[in-house]
Design a protein around this ligand. Structure first.
Ligand SMILES: Cc1cc2nc3c(=O)[nH]c(=O)nc-3n(C[C@H](O)[C@H](O)[C@H](O)COP(=O)(O)OP(=O)(O)OC[C@H]3O[C@@H](n4cnc5c(N)ncnc54)[C@H](O)[C@@H]3O)c2cc1C
Length: 409
């Protein structure tokens, strides 16, 4: 059968643009559809990105895509004490995502990929039960069909097509954080991202202040979605993330007088990835597959790193003219053996943090230092846990799950 394209990608976020860039660069005919009128807008993101992932792809991000550099992080416990943490883990950028997403897609277009904005993919085309393309509608025009032997869902949290294809690409309320964010000005900062923890100020989540240029900052919150209507003692009953964020801002000496330039919100997965990423003629990637860091809900880096793995398998499948589940599963195996291990470690840590009280946080943040935080983020929990438990043995119950987890990521 003659197809219109070798691959159709649904979604022009960091995942879709990374995959399409690599495939096009290697001679494949790729079509990317995105329902957004303008790629990258509206923003639903804190815009923070670690340096390592981008550098590893050999991308030279233009300054127009970067609002400011991040030189480190400041982690603040419920009683206000803090650790300044400057390391490879905490350097990077706060992006201008509407510029960055578009620029990333442009890199794919330069390599020969085609992209069509304002075009919703609303269904799959199947022949004899086999996926052979998609049905799309561009703006208000009549829907039409486009064919390809492989469809890739890079749809982000919505994952509509992935669900239509039969994947369990949905999340329970417990598995997601609901978020609200303002872009604010004026905020004096030292190019550090600030992360505030506290069960009363941000149940099961945290408040972030991500610095931007011109004394701006993204000030946001993510809280456990299941907690919104019945929060722990000290929380706000029936409150939304916006209510928590507004309370935080009203109590913040600098922010309470700052202006709000933009409101944004959204949900993000903080759970494990979905149980399968591939079936015959269909693949699910990045946030659509819940490949997100469960500690902070970061998904840009995962989308770009995972995109390399997905593209590598797709190229093999193309060469072999074999888009079977068996062939496409190679991507899943590669992901679970690398990024998947990192996600599993972070999920374990998130679950431990979720059970911690404000007093626990206060003690832990007073006891550990930035080297310990580096180790924790690498999945080496034993040293930092031993340090904490030595001074406060009653925390053993809370932290013991981390000790049995040995593998480094
Ligand atoms: C409030 C908030 C703050 C966040 N902050 C950060 C952060 O600071 N750092 C970080 O790394 N991550 C952050 N994230 C997560 C991050 O935004 C996502 O994980 C990341 O964008 C995922 O990339 P992706 O390519 O998988 O999907 P997306 O970037 O979501 O792109 C998916 C694309 O698919 C398109 N699409 C969806 N369905 C269809 C369809 N049916 N037809 C056509 N097009 C479709 C969408 O329009 C979209 O453009 C945040 C998330 C939220 C909600």
């Amino acid at each position: 059968m003659k197809y219109d394209y070798d691959v159709i990608i649904v979604g022009a976020g960091p995942s879709g643009s990374t995959i399409s860039r690599i495939l096009a660069q290697n001679g494949m005919e790729v079509m990317v559809f995105d329902k957004r009128k303008e790629l990258g807008e509206p923003i639903r993101c804190g815009e923070g990105l670690g340096a390592r992932e981008v550098i590893s792809q050999g991308l030279d991000i233009p300054r127009s895509c970067v609002s400011t550099d991040i030189k480190g992080a400041k982690v603040i416990s419920p009683d206000g004490s803090s650790i300044v943490w400057k390391s490879k883990e905490t350097t990077g950028w706060v992006l201008e995502r509407k510029m960055f997403d578009k620029w990333l897609m442009e890199q794919a277009v330069h390599k020969g990929a085609k992209v069509q904005s304002y075009t919703r993919v609303f269904d799959l085309v199947k022949k004899d039960g086999k996926i052979q393309g998609v049905k799309v509608s561009h703006a208000d025009h009549e829907p039409y069909e486009v064919s390809a032997p492989l469809v890739v869902s890079a749809e982000g949290m919505e994952a509509t097509l992935a669900r239509k294809a039969g994947f369990r690409a949905f999340s329970s309320l417990y598995d997601v954080d609901t978020c609200y964010q303002y872009e604010m000005q004026e905020y004096d900062h030292e190019n550090l991202i600030e992360l505030y923890f506290g069960t009363k100020s941000s149940p099961r989540g945290y408040v972030w202040i991500f610095p931007k240029n011109d004394k701006k900052a993204n000030v946001g919150i993510g809280i456990g979605a299941h907690l919104e209507t019945g929060v722990k003692e000290g929380g706000i009953k029936g409150a939304t993330p916006k209510d928590y964020l507004d309370r935080f801002i009203a109590n913040h000496p600098q922010l309470k007088n700052a202006s709000k330039l933009q409101d944004t919100g959204g949900i993000i997965s903080v759970s494990a990835a979905i149980d399968s990423f591939a079936k015959d003629n269909f693949m699910v990637t990045a946030t659509a597959a819940r490949q997100v860091d469960p500690i902070h809900g970061g998904g840009i880096a995962m989308a770009m790193e995972g995109g390399l793995l997905a593209a590598s398998t797709i190229m093999k499948a193309h060469k072999a003219n074999d888009y079977s589940e068996k062939m496409l599963k190679e991507y899943e195996t590669a992901w679970r053996n690398t990024l998947g291990k990192k996600v599993a470690k972070r999920l374990l840590l998130r679950k431990v943090m979720e059970a911690a009280s404000d007093e626990d946080f206060n003690y832990i943040f007073k006891t550990i230092n930035q080297d310990d935080l580096d180790q924790v983020m690498k999945g080496n929990f034993a040293g930092p846990v031993a340090k904490v438990v030595a001074g406060r043995p009653q925390l053993m119950g809370l932290l013991k799950a981390l000790i049995s987890s040995r593998e480094t990521v």
